[in-house]
Design a protein around this ligand. Sequence first.
Ligand SMILES: NC(=O)c1ccc[n+]([C@@H]2O[C@H](COP(=O)([O-])OP(=O)(O)OC[C@H]3O[C@@H](n4cnc5c(N)ncnc54)[C@H](OP(=O)(O)O)[C@@H]3O)[C@@H](O)[C@H]2O)c1
Length: 183
Amino acid sequence: MAAKRVNIVVAACNNQGIGIDGRIPWRLKKDMAMFRRITSSTNDNKQNAVIMGRKTWHSIPEKFRPLPNRFNIVLSNSMKESPIGVHLVRSFQEAMDLVNNGELSDRVESIFVIGGYSVYREAMAWPSCRVYLTRVLADFHCDTFMPDISAESFRKTDNPKWLPDTEQEEGSIKFSYEVYDKH
Ligand SMILES: NC(=O)c1ccc[n+]([C@@H]2O[C@H](COP(=O)([O-])OP(=O)(O)OC[C@H]3O[C@@H](n4cnc5c(N)ncnc54)[C@H](OP(=O)(O)O)[C@@H]3O)[C@@H](O)[C@H]2O)c1
């Protein structure tokens, strides 16, 4: 079976920041709802996979993890045991093998990489990759940043019909959605 496309979902502010002290620096309920929609929606009775690094896993409040209705795959070399309901893998390649050729291959519809930095970087190097970027149009102090979406490898594409292409606002924070495909 051909390797599935890797989809990245990321929200970054003006300085490309994505995190501070192990959490997301802003709170945008509408964007969280869109994250749920993007990562959970399927066309058939399969589920999607969400792939994340150990710190992103720990940044999800305990009561909300594993993320429901999705196969949760966590990358870590320091975790000794898989948390309940999680597939623990030791490398990005192992995650790709699990969803493309391994025990999940027939059960996964789409693959979503949901952070953090190094997992995004490895996903961007995958031959087939799409980035769903929420541009948070504001300044936040951050200690974690997203990798550059290089213009050499990625091209901005039209948003799918279900993804707003006009500026959004929640509280005092403006944000917008952009989609990039690797070429
Ligand atoms: N704004 C957003 O869209 C967004 C999305 C996600 C996360 N975040 C934020 O980003 C921050 C967390 O991201 P982060 O970049 O610091 O950490 P992270 O990528 O979530 O986790 C890093 C850890 O993941 C494991 N890991 C990563 N790549 C691996 C690989 N190839 N093989 C094996 N293990 C691997 C390692 O765990 P071990 O040390 O256990 O080996 C590594 O220390 C938090 O602040 C979070 O809130 C923001």
